[in-house]
Design a protein around this ligand. Structure first.
Ligand code: MTE
Ligand code: MOS
Length: 738
């Protein structure tokens, strides 16, 4: 069962339109529809909030402001620093001020626009630079250091500069949505499109002022999450639940796409200041790196995201003498949140740009500079935060990809092409990925599962992970089928529910299969042990017969399973430890063409080689690799999030925000799983997590553009190309180099 390229369990339902999302569920009679009233200012005191016109509007049944809330008014998942509904102070444009329930979606949305709000405007802090200048942070700054920074002054060559990487909108196809159904004695059932049912349960219970046990959160699937539903589903679930409590009726809140884009957090955009010292061969001797990110008004997950940026600013490279400082900037923008890679892509962006800059300064092939800086034998096998690498396979993997993608020959061809082509420049780049697997927050590295056997031999599978399209459910079902020795068709996958498996972690950090798969395995082993005596007596009987025999002998046919990741540890005070259970690896070669007059670029060919360990499901893994790569390409080349000086999000709709489409996929697109891949850790049959790491393969697209733009000038300075490398950014870089 494991290792088979089975299709996604819902593939047929997806294409037939039969897969049910929250908005497709049958509605209880009398269901009401909700909308949120949002702030039109980014930073202001509220002098007066008059919702009388909202209440008086057609079809309106209930309106709630902060003053009407029965208990906690908070959606902060880590720190209680963000209200569900703002009352005295608004801190970003689009912040919820009140919630309205009406007899139709249309009427609720129309009524939500009728409130009279008097603001006393305050100066907004919108950019990272402004926040840095004011030292305005959502969390204390952090620092990790190793070695002796005197090496920087002593180095033969030095490079310094400022870099930028952009934010990114998740653009899940299914927007944020919740359906709250009231029960008796204060019970509340919430269908939420969330990666973190337990957190939604806790925040809804706190908002209602009831014990957690009264609230059940259920998720069958999401139409994409990408990190955007790890914390940010909560406000919609809370609003629906509060309105449901106030009216005694079911309430559904489905957010309009524009409001979703304005009201939910994005990937953190970063600025970086660096000083690097290196030798004649391009080997780094010292690095001083400052990271600063736009976190928005509240902490949300910014602590862990920025920590991961710090722990991934080495990518695959040994940093002998290094200082990394990280500032978490507080701005009057929506709270930035998790996004595939969780700060890792942003950390890796910095070091890859530095590698490219070094190669340019020394006129070397960037691949040679990258290889020269790879981790290696002791003492070059310890990260800047103190983790010893156990299976650093990038040298072999990169070697293999270099050969398969014909890197050297094509690089020569690109050079020859560029020499003869003044208006179109090509670029080719190979970049590696090393990504640490485990939650940065230690307690989250645990999971539970629940498996029932019925007397007809069918299997009911439940666990704490959520399905967002990534294929978690089919992988765990394969594991269960394998452990129990039954065909996959017997295993019935069921919706995630806080009532079945409690105290779950979010499905995130790519750990879904690792932790939930092991928990399900644990449950299956218990059941197998209980069935064993019956199997012994009856070796040839069907699985159903064995289960029936056990039932008649009064043996329990239901088991919970549990997993917690062993060995990992990390001390945030010293910023040292071994926070990752293992690392996933990959590499990619991209070739682009850039039009020097318009700044347009096209990806012509991509070759991806990715390490999914001993893949549990090569079909699913391939989908994750290709999808992640294209999503990463969007982040680095075309998806531009723009706020104006007043804090208004200008890119608030598909009309102003461009994501990659089928036509942006390269005409030559090779994806290979690393066949020699095998997890050094004995987890889920030596496979590796695959959800996030491939996104960072797209750094090769950015660097191919970097090379193409670099070919327009003989300068030895780093190419001043900001990410995303939009046509505008490309033209800016070309002009700056003239
Ligand atoms: N793939 C699809 N199709 N949809 C998604 O929302 N989310 C990504 C990744 N792949 C996502 C996806 C993110 S951000 C993570 S952390 C992982 O899937 C989560 O699932 P896993 O832990 O089961 O890999
Ligand atoms: Mo993924 S960003 O860890 O939800």
């Amino acid at each position: 069962m494991i290792r088979e390229p089975l299709p996604h369990d819902s593939a047929a339902l997806h294409v037939a339109g039969e897969a049910r999302y929250v908005d497709d569920l049958p509605e209880p009679p009398g269901t009401l529809y909700a909308a949120l009233g949002m702030s039109s200012q980014a930073h202001a005191r509220i002098r007066r909030l008059d919702v009388a016109p909202v209440r008086a509007a057609q079809g309106v049944i209930a309106v709630l402001t902060a003053a009407d809330l029965p208990a906690a008014n908070n959606i902060g998942p880590v720190l209680p620093d963000e209200p569900a509904l703002a009352s005295e102070l608004v801190q970003f444009r689009g912040q919820p001020l009140f919630a309205v329930a009406a007899s139709s979606v249309e009427l609720a949305r129309r009524a939500a626009r009728l409130a009279q709000v008097e603001y006393e405007p305050l100066a907004p802090v919108v950019t990272v630079e402004q926040a840095l200048e004011k030292k305005q942070f959502v969390l204390p700054s952090a620092r990790v250091a190793r070695g002796d920074m005197a090496a920087l002054g002593a180095a033969k060559h030095r490079l310094q500069g400022r870099l930028r990487s952009g934010a990114q909108e998740h653009f899940y196809l299914e927007g944020q949505v919740a359906l709250a159904i009231p029960g008796e004695r204060g019970e509340m059932l919430v269908h939420s499109s969330t990666q973190h049912p337990t957190e939604v349960q806790h925040l809804v219970a706190a908002a209602l002022g009831v014990p957690d046990a009264l609230v059940t959160v259920e998720v069958r699937r999401m139409g994409g999450g990408f990190g955007g539903k790890e914390t940010q589903a909560a406000v919609y679930a809370i609003a629906a639940a509060l309105l449901s409590r106030a009216t005694g009726r079911a309430v559904k809140l489905r957010v309009d796409r524009d409001d979703d884009m304005v009201g939910t957090g994005k990937r953190h955009d970063f600025i970086y200041d660096y000083r690097a010292g290196f030798d004649d061969t391009g080997r780094l001797e010292a690095l001083d790196l400052m990271l600063a990110s736009r976190c928005g008004l509240s902490a949300d997950l910014s602590g862990a995201v920025n920590d991961r940026a710090m722990s991934h600013c080495d990518n695959g490279y040994f940093l002998p003498n290094v200082t990394v400082e990280s500032h978490r900037c507080k701005t009057n923008t929506v709270s930035a949140t998790a996004f595939r890679g969780f700060g890792g892509p942003q950390g890796m962006f910095a070091i890859e740009s530095i590698m490219a800059g070094i190669a340019r300064r020394l006129d070397l092939d960037p691949l040679d500079v990258r290889k020269r800086n790879f981790y290696g034998a002791a003492p070059r096998n310890v990260t800047h935060y103190g983790q010893t690498l156990q299976d650093f396979i990038l040298p072999e993997l990169v070697e293999e990809l270099e050969r398969r993608a014909d890197y050297r020959r094509r690089r020569d061809a690109v050079k020859a092409f560029n020499a003869a082509s003044p208006l179109v420049k090509k670029g080719l780049a190979l970049t590696p990925v090393k990504f640490g697997i485990s939650f940065t927050a230690l307690p989250m590295n645990q999971a539970g599962a629940l498996v029932h056997l019925y007397t007809d031999g069918s299997v009911h599978l439940n666990h704490g992970g959520t399905e967002m399209g990534q294929g978690l459910f089919i992988k765990v079902a394969q594991i269960v089928a394998e452990e129990l020795g039954v065909e996959i068709g017997r295993v019935h996958i069921t919706a995630t529910s806080t009532g079945k498996v409690p105290n779950t972690s979010p499905t995130a950090a790519s750990s879904g299969t690792d932790v939930n798969g092991e928990a399900a395995r644990d449950a299956c082993r218990k059941l197998k042990a209980r069935l064993a005596p019956f199997r012994e007596k009856n070796p040839d009987a069907s699985f159903a017969q064995i289960v029936r025999d056990a039932y008649f002998a009064r043996v329990s046919l239901s088991a919970t399973g549990y997993w917690r990741t062993p060995e990992i540890h990390f001390d945030r005070a010293t910023w040292k430890g071994s926070p990752f259970f293992y690392y996933a690896y990959g590499a990619a070669v991209s070739e682009v063409a850039v039009d020097v007059l318009t700044g347009e670029s096209r990806l012509l060919r991509a070759d991806l080689l990715h390490d999914a360990g001993r893949s549990l499901n090569p079909a699913i893994d391939r989908g994750q690799i290709e999808g992640g790569f294209i999503q990463g390409m969007g982040w680095l080349t075309m998806e531009e999030v723009v706020w104006d000086a007043k804090g208004t999000l200008l890119t608030h709709a598909p009309s102003t925000y461009k994501i990659p489409v089928a036509g942006d996929c390269p005409p030559v697109f090779n994806t290979w799983l690393w066949e020699r891949g095998e997890n050094v850790r004995d987890i889920v049959y030596r496979s590796k997590a695959v959800g996030e790491p491939p996104l960072m393969l797209a750094l090769s697209v950015y660097h191919a553009i970097y090379e193409a733009v670099g070919a327009t000038s003989a300068s030895r300075e780093p190419v001043p190309l900001e990410a995303p490398a939009t046509p505008e950014a490309i033209l800016k870089a070309i002009h700056a180099m003239r």
